[in-house]
Write a protein that binds this ligand. Sequence first.
Ligand code: TYC
Length: 101
Amino acid sequence: EGTPSTGVVTKPRARTKKPSMYRVLMLNDDYTPMEFVVHVLERFFGKSHEDAVRIMLHVHHRGVGVCGVFTYEVAETKVNQVMDLARQHQHPLQCTIEKDG
Ligand code: TYC
């Protein structure tokens, strides 16, 4: 009667939950040069030149766009890197974080 024993013992996996993910959003403004935004997307978000141009134009036309999705600490670091470089160049470029999902 019952399931025949195989002698194989399986250990229940300790439950691990996936970390919450966060979108880094880029906001449009009237002053930051398009080439600067493209450079930021290539340098800090690892985008190809073609993808960087596409995202920049999306933001330019729609007002906001997603640069990438990261864990909170990584997203925060990216935002700080973008804002620091923008400040150094005296561009008003703004970047924010929002929870994914
Ligand atoms: N609107 C800017 C311009 O016309 C370009 C721009 C694109 C600025 C994306 C910010 O996140 C941005 N020079």
